[in-house]
Design a protein around this ligand. Sequence first.
Ligand code: 8YV
Length: 321
Amino acid sequence: MTRPYVFITRKLKEELFAPLMEIADVKMWESESEAVPREMLLREAQKATALLTMLSDKVNEELLESAPNLKVVANLAVGYDNIDVKAASDRGVTVCNTPDVLTETTADLTLALMLATARRITESQEFVKEGRWQSWSPYLLAGADVHHKTIGIVGMGKIGQAVARRAMGFGMEILYHNRSRHIEAEQELGAAYRSFEQLLEQSDFVVCLTPLTDATRHLFNDDAFKRMKESAFLINVGRGQVVDEKALIAALHQNEIAGAGLDVFYEEPIGADHPLLHFPQVVTIPHIGSASVETRTMMIKLCQDNIVAVLQGNKAKTIVS
Ligand code: 8YV
């Protein structure tokens, strides 16, 4: 019997893949930082029994059509907006993601970004590095308090709840908006449900963690920014396309909001000439929500476990479809 063939779309630590290599032929794309070219991905998909993919790989009809042997796609992320899950399910291809293992790490980063934005940490570092710190003044780089303010979490899934737990430690009032209510979160975290509009109007920090779907694309539009307090900050650790970037830029120009902390962007990666980089009140980081060494290892292992399970005829641990 021929061994299954697994294609991994980035160069990852080979030593992590011993269990998979025992049962399958494994090939990795040679680069750690560059996405695999589309033609090559399509070529590899033709032979693949399993794919380990990144958010930058589009798993759509075109790819699935060219992959007759494909049984499982394991995406190295909790989000899977790069995958046409319905088209995969229709063909009997299992789609897996990496929930849970990245929850706490992503919540840590969310708090870090919120604090950095409110307290002007990156601006302060540039100030010191550029030798501009020559005297002290009472309002030097004075930012906004985080403690005891109101946080509004849009998307109260596991990461949203982990953010809320951290916010409790800062004495914050916690509001949330979600497709469905989370009675447990309300009881355990004292989080209060609000409509999206109420949340925007009442929060000092609006934290976007909602997945990208047709319903959430451009959720943050002109109207949303107009509803936010002029003193409020948008913190986006979810998906860039949930925010209409043109509307955000206009809102920042018109001081409709105080600033933004952004881990995600409409089109990634962004270049050094991106308009959002011109605002001192915007902190930008390169989609590193779950990027700790420990968590990346757990995400990779979970992808591998899922692939091994499917290849051995068992049920994968974390199935999307
Ligand atoms: C990842 C993410 O950092 O899991 C997700 O959905 O957006 C992040 O955790 C990254 O995109 C890895 O693919």
